[in-house]
Every structure is written in structure tokens, then in C-alpha cells.
Write a protein that binds this ligand. Sequence first.
Ligand code: NAD
Length: 333
Amino acid sequence: MKVTMILGDGIGPEISQSAMDIIDATDAGIEWEIVNAGEGVYEETGELIPDSVYESLERNKVALKAPLTTPIGTGFRSVNVALRKKYDLYANIRPVKKIGKIDSLFDDIDLVLFRENTEDLYAGVEKKISDDEMHSIKIITRPASERICRQAFEFAKENDRKNVTVVTKANIMKLTDGLFLEVAREVAAEYPEIEFKEVLVDNMAMQLVIYPNQYDVIVTENLYGDILSDLMAGLIGGLGLVPGANIGKDMAIFEAVHGTAPDIAGQDKANPTALLLSGCLMLDHLNKREEADRIRQALEVVYSNPQNFTGDLGGNASTSEFTQAVIAQLKNN
Ligand code: NAD
């Protein structure tokens, strides 16, 4: 089965190699079509996303993508946002789950955030009124709100999750967030078996650091989702551990939540777990759940020994040592 692999900038090539090596060790039958985009390619070719990347994505419809840098002055606000918009990858799904013995504030975190990926303040409708006044327009539509809320409830139903929480600031933004909340309530009514909660975003930020176990599936708009997912990453040990899926009607791109980590690039220090777990979400999507679960189980074992921890988790293991530990564990199973 052929998938597109975008190697990325900064730590991208190192963590991509690690994820590919580990996934290959499960014999999942993935054939990687390796392409590149971002700063490195821009410096060589003057193009941030070469046609070969679009062609590969459109051919394979499924991609694993390492983080990309958007150089200033290229006409793109963000190459990552551009890809999500071009292919209407409307659902950004971020599962946050405690792994092994990684030090974290709580023992049993298992949350899944559904973030609307195409509108809100990210729509990029900004206007200069004067040197001293700038406006940014928040866009919320019924169809986009409905499809993300439905996806969250469908996920909850299929995976026996106990509740879905919609997060807004509808008490202040009565029209935009009011619409998102109204649509969430309508969708919730179609799933009476799933408990539905409504929480304001400021309260949610506090709830998640005090009572995260009261929550399960969370659905929200683009900006709140961006901020809350980083907060949730902090609950389980940081950005190096949280995967993401960008799902549209016709395409799915899987990527870590973190960026290119230029401070540790090229030093064999990066933690490849977030990209690897994004690869597991990709395997789930390709109906290769067994292989994905084998990797998740291997990670549980590898992360029970702090000798395997990379620098971001307070350990000394290199990216390659960590990779070999996971592959060795897969072979033991
Ligand atoms: P970052 O996530 O790259 O780094 C933040 C901190 O976390 C750094 O100290 C870094 O070393 C650490 N870190 C991140 N991932 C790690 C990993 N896998 N292992 C170990 N440590 C890790 O965020 P930033 O510094 O704000 O952004 C750097 C660049 O990444 C920017 O150019 C930004 O535009 C880009 N970016 C890209 C994406 C994407 O491609 N989806 C997402 C976010 C940021």
C-alpha cells in the first residue's frame, strides 16, 4: 500500500526515518513515496510545495508528514495551513494518552480532541484599518461546525467513549460561538446514548489541569483547539508525544503536533514518538489496526524504562537508540 511521506524541515528527516523504520518492522506492507516540501526545498528550487508533492498526495490520498518551516516572504502564511485548506482537511484529531512511565501530572489521561481545521480566526481574513488599528474576522459556518461535531460523536460512538464536551466562548461571542454551540447541541441530540457537556474555553483550560479524567472526547473551534491541544500535551509529558490526523472527505494527512524543533535539529536528539503515533493513526485509517496496536504496545514497554527516554523527557537516549529499542521490542512480541 503506497503512502506519501513528507520528510519535513529541522528534525523532520530524522524522525521520519525513525517512524518509517519502526512501521516497516511490523511488516505492515507500507510502500513509502518520499517527497519533500518546506524551507529546504524552497532554498533549492524556489518552490515551497513542489508540484511533485501535490501529485503524490493526489495519487495516494494518504500521507505521513513531518513538520515544515514556512520561510517569511514566500506568500504562504503557513505551508501546513495551506495543505489543510487546499484539500479541505476539516478535522484535526489529536489523541492525548499517557504512555508507560513517563512522568506526568495524572496517571490515566486518555483524551481525544477534535479541532475544526478550516475556519475561525485561521481563515486569514485580516484588514488594516490604520497604522493603529487592525481587524481579524472570525468565520464560523453551520456546515463546517456540523461536520466536525458529527465526526466527534461518530468517533465516540464507534470507540465506546463516555462523553463529548463542546468548548466555546458562546457567552461572549454570541453569534459565532453561539452558532457552533447550537450546531453541537443539534448533533448531540442524535446521539442520546453519549453524555454531552458544554464548557466555556477559559473554564476548560482550568478543568483540564485539575479534573482531566472527567473528560473524554472534546470538540471545538480552530483557535481554542490549537491552544487546548498543547495544554493537553503538557499533561502527558510534552509535545514530543502527541500525534495528529488531518482528515478530509478525500484525503488524510497524519502529522505530529510539534514543529521542526530547530534547536535540536540534526543532532540525533529528537523524540520521534509523536510522528510514530501519527503513523499509527495512519495505519488505523488504512485498516491496519493490528500493526498500529503492536507499535503502541511496544511503546508502552519501551517507555517503562527511563533509559530509553530522549532528552525532552529528561533522558539521554538518542533518536536512533530509541528507534532500535522500539524495533527490538516489536521483534520480542
Ligand atoms: P517546536 O514544536 O518546533 O519546538 C518547541 C520546543 O519543543 C523546542 O524546544 C523543541 O526542541 C521541542 N520539541 C518539539 N518537538 C520535539 C521532539 N519531537 N523531540 C524533542 N523536542 C521537541 O515549536 P516552535 O519552536 O514554535 O516552531 C519551530 C518551527 O516549526 C516554526 O518554523 C514553526 O512554523 C514550525 N511549526 C510547524 C508545524 C507543522 O509543520 N505542523 C507545527 C508547529 C510549528
